[in-house]
Design a protein around this ligand. Sequence first.
Ligand code: SF4
Length: 326
Amino acid sequence: MTTALAMISGGLDSSLAAKLIKDQGIKVIGICFKSYFFGPRHALMMAKQIDIPLVVVDFSKEHLEMVKKPKHGYGKNMNPCIDCHAMMMNYSGKLLQEYDADFIITGEVLNQRPMSQNKSSLDVVIRESGYSDKILRPLCALNLRATKMELEGLVDRSKLMGISGRSRRIQMELAEKWGIADYPSPAGGCKLTDPNFSKRLCDLFKHEEILSEERINLLSFGRHIRVSTNAKIISTRTAEEMNEIKNYVSESDLVFLAKDYKGSMIIITGNPGPEEIKFAARLAGRYSKGKDQEEVSVIYGYYGHPLNMIISVVPVKDDEIKLHLI
Ligand code: SF4
């Protein structure tokens, strides 16, 4: 039986592409990817709706190395979509044999994204993937040269589509026709397309050589304040954030709390010196109910240990914080 591996991103297009091929009587197995910047949550939801099995591939470490230095650069933010797609295709290609599959399908649509899905980018992705004769793009196939799979009769080209451009009308009509009601917005699940996350990631790449999953996860929470090349401060904004952040803080991080007032938890990461420690304490004063006091007592210590150090500080003024905010 002809079998295809469908790269399921979790968005609508890749699921429609998989369904289009499945409806030709071809066996379709979904493949989705897990990295430090996106996960399988949406893909699992979409695979269920089109009733295909889904294999989750964790390529976090290799993907992170690529994000640091993408051969084809970044999109609008820190999203290296061309390299990312090519890497996913390459991984899928390596799985063809394991799943006894004949080819790979993706949900790409010609000219849907100006930088990563124009004709030349689609060509680059396919070339870089190392599996150029195994990739089929069912949603825009009629705008492209017929593939080996179509020429050899594995796939019926007349049942493929010729969608191009940024309008989502045809995709939404197909979704309605096929009863796919629940789908996220395009690229909604990838943190690398988020401008704020991207700024923080860029800062992290600049200042930390060894990156852990926890350090990357921390980027999604709190205010981030770069005080020096050696130290970064994170301030929680809500009680929920404080609980979440605790999952990613390490025992080498210092934690600060205003002693006599309710307020944010302040964390300093890196190798802070006395000045940076004092600034973190002043932030604990600023982000507490004692912010208008002349001086605030702040307790601090290493995370997971008693906060047994104390310092009296003047709360930081907002103008000063703005200078360091990432
Ligand atoms: S949006 Fe994110 S997941 Fe999608 S190709 Fe670009 S970098 Fe990769």
